[in-house]
Every structure is written in C-alpha cells, then in structure tokens.
Design a protein around this ligand. Sequence first.
Ligand SMILES: [Zn+2]
Length: 472
Amino acid sequence: MLISGCAGALYRNPETTSANGIESSVSQQKKIYAVRNVNIIPMTIENNVLENATILIENGKIASINKAVPEDVDIIEGKGKWLIPGLIDMHVHNMADIDFSSSHPTKGVNLFTDDQDFMLLYIANGVTTAFELEGRVEHFGQRNAIARGSVIGPRIALAYLVDGGDSGNVANTPSDGRQTVRIAKAQGYEFIKVYSHLNIETYKAIIDEANKQEMKVIGHIPNIFKGRTKEAFVPHFDMVAHAEEFSSQTDIYTYKEAQRLAKMAKDNGTWVTPNLSNLVKVAEQARSLDGILHSPNFKYVHPLMQSKWITSNQYNRGTNVERIAYFDKLVDFHVTLVKAFIEADVPMVAGTDAGTSGIIWGFSLHDELELLVEAGLTPEQALASASRLPATWLEIGDKIGTVEVGKYADLILLDANPLDNISNTRKISGVFVNGRWVSKEKIDVMLADLAAKNNLNKDRYDWAKRREYEQR
Ligand SMILES: [Zn+2]
C-alpha cells in the first residue's frame, strides 16, 4: 500500500474543535513501514550519505537499512527525498496545565492545556525531542500522555531549576542547595538547571551534589561571577544555556574576549547552547511587535500566549534607542562567541528558549539552525547540533540522534537536501515520531484546525485576566 500523500487516520474526527483524535499507539506501532529510494543522511560522525536506500521501520524502531522488505508493509516513496534524524531542541519552556490564581485545597489548575494542540507545533516541525528547562509536576503528566500514546509528541527531558533569592525554587545555602538536588532527584527530574541569582558557595554545592546524584547540570552563569567568570567553570558544570550568559559576564565585545571565554568552557569540558535566535527576537521586539503579529506561525500559538506576547511584552514595553542598541551589540557579540567556540572546539547544541516572547515552539528551531550556519557552522555541523550531539549530551545517544539500525524511529523526510542549504529542514514531507508516521498532509490538516480553533477562542483569553479564570 502506498501511503505517501494519504492523510491516514491520525486525525479522525474533523467535527471536534481539538486537534486530538489520535489513532491508538498500539495499532500505530504494529504498523511496519518501508521508506524506499530515499537518500539517508545518518548524522553519524562519519555521516556517509546512503543514496536510494530502503529503510524498514518496525515496532517503533529502525529495523533494517537496505535489506529485504517483507510483504504487506506500508510503503512510503522516498525518491528524490532526504531522511534525517528527528530534531532535538535543547532549550524549551512548554505550556502545561497551570494554576495562575491563588489556589485552595482541591482546586487544581485554572488553565488547562490541550497537550495535543501544543505538541503538534513540535511534530509539525520534526522536533521529536525537547529539553524542558523549567520542569514542574504538570510536565510529568504531559510526558506520560505522550508515552501512553494518547498524545503524539516529542520525547521530553526535564530539568529542575534552582535559583537563589526568595521566591520560587530557591536555595541560599550549600546545605539547602544539596537537599534541593536530592529532592529533585527523588521526584524524578533528570537534570539540574542552575540560575542567575545563586550565591557562589550554593552554586558550587549544587553542582557537586548533582554529580553525586548522577544528574548533569545546565544553566546560567550566576551574576555574582562577573569579574571572576573562570571560577564558575567548576567540574561537572556541563552546559551553558545561552551565549548571553557569556556576554553578561563582560563589557568587552571583542573576538579576543570571546576567545578567552571560549577557553574557559573548553578547559572545563562545558558545552554551550548558543541560543542565537533568542537575542535576535529580543532585538526585533524591542523595535516593534510587527514581526510577531505578521509571523505566519503566530496563529498556531495559544491565544493566552498571543495575548501575553502582545500586551505584556517585556522587551517592547518602555523600549528606547539605548536598549535597542544594547541588544544589537549582544546579537553581534553572540556571533563572535560562536566563531570562538568553533575555533576552540567547544561542542554546541541547538536550543531556542521556545515559550519566551516571540519564540514559537517547533518553528523556532529552524530559525536557530539558520542562525548557527550564518554564524559559521556548516549545515552538517548545525544538523549535528540538533541531533547526534544533544542526544549524546542527554546520554540517550544509543537510542536517538542518528539514523542507524536499532535506534528509535524518530525521523524527518525532507523534500530537499539540508546539507546543501540548512533552510531545507523546513521542507518537511513527513515525520516519524517513535515509529508513527505523520504525513505533511496530516500535519497541514491539524495545523489548519488548530489555527481555526485559536481564532475562535482568541477573545476568551486575556493575559491580564489569567488569575480570574475559574475552571471549577
Ligand atoms: Zn529558558
């Protein structure tokens, strides 16, 4: 049966106002698919492209490449197309059920997220793994819904954020820092995120305890290290979450300074998520919100977040020429930093900070890949930064991140070669999510339905009134 171009059964009920209606994971995962005549870009270290290959997908995994194909499998024609690993966004903030109001016992949340509507943004863009950097209990439920198969969405890694100060998840002494890490571990978080207001001793204790608990650490360089940045690079500080963490540590925006900072990361074995798109969007929003309003993808953003980004935009409100000039300088210096990271051979991974103002989940990862290439990475290096390398950092490199037999079938079928032009990662013909095929036609139907639903609901959501929603 030839199913490429067929809408399939993923979206079953066009009457519903939700993009839900997923074929059960059991029936989906029983299906065997073969993509034939396809050019495979495996994204292994050697990355030898296999032309006109046939790949068999069975039980959610890559069963074989260029072996005999059993009868009665679903054939997807891959002629003239390119197959790459599903993409990984290493810095996201996901919408999930949340309580904005002052709670009372038994109340629960006051805003529900339709997880399928939300996760569609990732799937539509071939993002099959995401790293949530401000995990909370609701994200576990969301992840369970995906694991159960009732929602089709990416694999999700969860980091627990620890900051200093007096509100939120805070620790202001080394012993509190250690205990926070142990509790996070016991609750099921896999990673620790350190944040800007930690004091030096607590920061160091958190990182030391995280290592004892076998949790990797990602995060900000706390502000207190300005002028003594090198001291922040302690063993097991595994990833800096933004290029901005380096630019906030200095007032000298030269290549020489970028080299000095890059050496600190290199010497400590610390990786970097440059997150270039964030500051580009910040600078754009400081000028005007027209870019957001006219983005063709804004209609897919939940109406509450549309309202927030327009009516409560922290970059645009009270903006002035000095602020814009400062953001522009950061945008330029971050490119300089990436060049220094390349020269120093500091591993870089792609992350977007999706969920912050103007950064749309899923779509933004393609922006980030383009910016990384503009900054000096080759298209192949940029692709590695969103596939093999983050899978390695997350310690799931044996499961995802490359197209190899035995790995989970998280794959994107593209209409053009991304090694020629990184923008071709946007030319999606279909996506395999844990072995489930979602065609471009299916994606388009679901996106159109989501846009219509958001449009219908847009007057129901007002960021300023989020505390007043009363669900029960
Ligand atoms: Zn973030």
